[in-house]
Ligand binder design. Structure first.
Ligand SMILES: [Zn+2]
Length: 401
């Protein structure tokens, strides 16, 4: 069955990872190069012609013999988080290619074109901004992003050049495309709880990410009385607990402080600086705005009270997205034809589909992952669910118009 073959292919792709637990495949690295070389072979074996655009996206194209044919775009991201799983992103690249190969070999030519994309950087681990490479595809990439610096001190521009790309991002914009479809593991527990293989995504939450720096004054932990300290670590602790409480009461919003660093970070030194991240997600943009206003006021109050100063900088923003009715209808039709129960849901996680939706009809199909575990080496999917997704995608290939 196709499910078993795809499952094995995903094991192979997962080998292109930095040493350590799970999969670590960051963009513009040796592992990325190895992965896209492997994916290029897979695309070629599926009768696709391949190219790599100037931001490192691998694109496999099927050209229909039909004149003035429409173009369907299908894709997901090749990169992972640090110590992530085998299926986040990867499943949405490998499954559609393998499914298309099977479909084409059985049914012959299609009356529309398809572009399969393996996006280089979706997670934003290296340059602290998500959807970097789908932004380039839709033309919303701004040149300042090229100056972003990653973990080894290299700018994005330099990383692209070292990867063999010329960094002329304007060339990446795709035109004459009609629909984008992304298949992705759910990364949450809803499908598993309902014992369903698939879910149609109706909408994707909006995200904003912030970088916060609180500055105080470092000093000896033994000699400076409590009331004479300018402790940036304590400032951060108060801010984090107050904004978390606020979010809990606000409802329908989630707020996460995932990174926190105290500087200099020694057991006997009062922190002179604290640096942390804030990730905010909600469907309603007004709720996000309310949260950001609150963060500003809590930072001001806390810093004033404790003689500290702060900088709050937005690193990333993606609006919430309503998926295309057209794509939702075709997914419903495909599930019906495949005899699969229809279930609708929203996405708590952000996806390249949000960027793609800014220039074309876009939608998503979620595949169950065990217990909703993701961004973790324990991430897992069942071959039976891959088979069900293939059946539905084959019906989608039939009904796409
Ligand atoms: Zn993903």
């Amino acid at each position: 069955m196709l499910g078993d073959i795809i499952y094995k292919k995903l094991d192979e792709l997962a080998e292109f990872s930095k040493d350590g637990e799970g999969v670590t495949r960051l963009p513009f690295t040796k592992e990325h190069k190895e992965a896209i070389t492997w994916l290029e072979d897979l695309m070629n074996s599926a009768n696709l012609t391949t190219k790599i655009d100037n931001i490192g996206n691998l694109i496999g194209e099927y050209k229909s013999p039909t004149k003035n044919a429409k173009t369907l775009v299908i894709g997901s991201h090749q990169d992972s988080v640090i110590n992530g799983g085998k299926y986040d992103g990867a499943l949405g690249i490998v499954l559609p290619i393998m499914c298309f190969k099977d479909f084409y070999e059985t049914h012959g030519a299609l009356n529309y074109n398809i572009k399969f994309i393996a996006f280089a950087d979706e997670e934003g681990v290296s340059f602290q901004t998500a959807f970097l490479t789908s932004k380039a595809v839709v033309g919303s990439f701004t040149p300042d992003l090229l100056e972003r610096v990653r973990y080894d001190g290299k700018t994005l521009k330099k990383s692209l050049e070292n990867f063999g790309l010329n960094a002329d991002i304007s060339e990446c914009k795709i035109n004459d495309v009609d629909t984008f479809l992304e298949l992705h593991i759910e990364q949450g527990p809803i499908l598993d709880n309902k014992n369903l293989s698939l879910g149609i995504v109706d909408a994707i939450q909006g995200i904003e990410r912030y970088h916060v720096e609180i500055t105080g004054f470092a000093g000896h932990s033994g000699t400076i009385p409590m009331d004479m300290r300018r402790d940036a670590g304590v400032g951060a602790a108060f801010v984090i607990s107050r904004i978390t409480e606020f979010a809990e009461n606000l409802k329908n919003i989630v707020v996460t402080v995932g990174c926190l660093e105290l500087i200099p970070g020694a057991v006997n030194v009062i922190p002179g600086k604290s640096i942390f991240s804030i990730d905010i997600r909600a469907m309603d943009p007004l709720l996000i705005k309310t949260m950001v206003d609150k963060i500003n006021s809590v930072l001001s109050e806390t810093c004033e009270k404790r003689d500290l100063s702060f900088v709050l900088e937005r690193k990333m923003k993606a609006d919430s997205t309503i998926c295309s009715k057209n794509v939702i209808n075709m997914l419903e039709e495909s599930m019906k034809s495949a005899g699969v129960p229809i279930f609708h849901m929203t996405s708590g996680a952000g996806h390249d589909a949000q960027e793609m939706a800014t220039i074309m009809d876009a939608g998503m199909l979620f595949i169950r992952c065990k217990k909703g575990i993701s961004h973790n080496k324990e991430e897992s999917v069942m071959t039976e669910d891959i088979d069900v997704a293939c059946k539905v995608l084959a019906e989608y290939f039939k009904c796409y118009k």
